[in-house]
Design a protein around this ligand. Sequence first.
Ligand code: ADP
Ligand code: MG
Length: 155
Amino acid sequence: MRHLPYFCRGEVVKGFGRGSKELGIPTANFSEQVVESFPSDISTGIYYGWACVGNGDVHKMVLSIGWNPFYKNFKKSVETHIIHTFKEDFYGEILSIVIIGYIRPEKNFDSLEALISAIQEDIEEAKRQLDLPEHLKLKEDNFFHLPEGKIVNNH
Ligand code: ADP
Ligand code: MG
C-alpha cells in the first residue's frame, strides 16, 4: 500500500468523547495539526503498527484513520489503540508510531457488540502480523530511540 511504512510523531490530545475507553478500547488521538500533515490520499480504515509513548517501551498497536465527526466529517482523525495496559492516561505526551499495514476499511456496525468484536479481531490480526520478522524489525527502528533532550514535536 502507498505511503507505508509511515512514521509519525505528535502530542496526544483530548478526543471528542466517543467513549472509546468505556468500550475498553481507549484511542490516543493526534492533534489536528499532526493529522493535517498526513498524506491527504491515505485511505481511511484500520491499520496496524508499533507505538511508543514518550521514551517508553515500543508496543503493538491498531490505528484508525477515520472521518472526524467534530468537523462534520470534513477532516480526518487519527487514533491509536496501544495493545498494552497503562497505569495512567498520557494526554499531552509525545506518541511515536510507525504504521505498517492495512487491515480493513471503515465500516458501520449494527450494534455495539458487533463493533467491539470487530475491533477484537483487528487486534488479533495486528498481533499476528506484527510477529512476522519483517514487521518485528521496525520495532527496533532508530525512530523509537531518541537522543536525550531532543525536541521531538512533529519531527
Ligand atoms: P479521547 O476521546 O480523549 O481520545 P478515549 O476514551 O479514546 O478518550 O481515551 C484515550 C486516552 O486514554 C488516551 O489519550 C490515553 O491518555 C489513555 N490511554 C490509556 N491506555 C491507552 C491505550 N492502551 N491506548 C491508547 N490510549 C490509552
Ligand atoms: Mg480517543
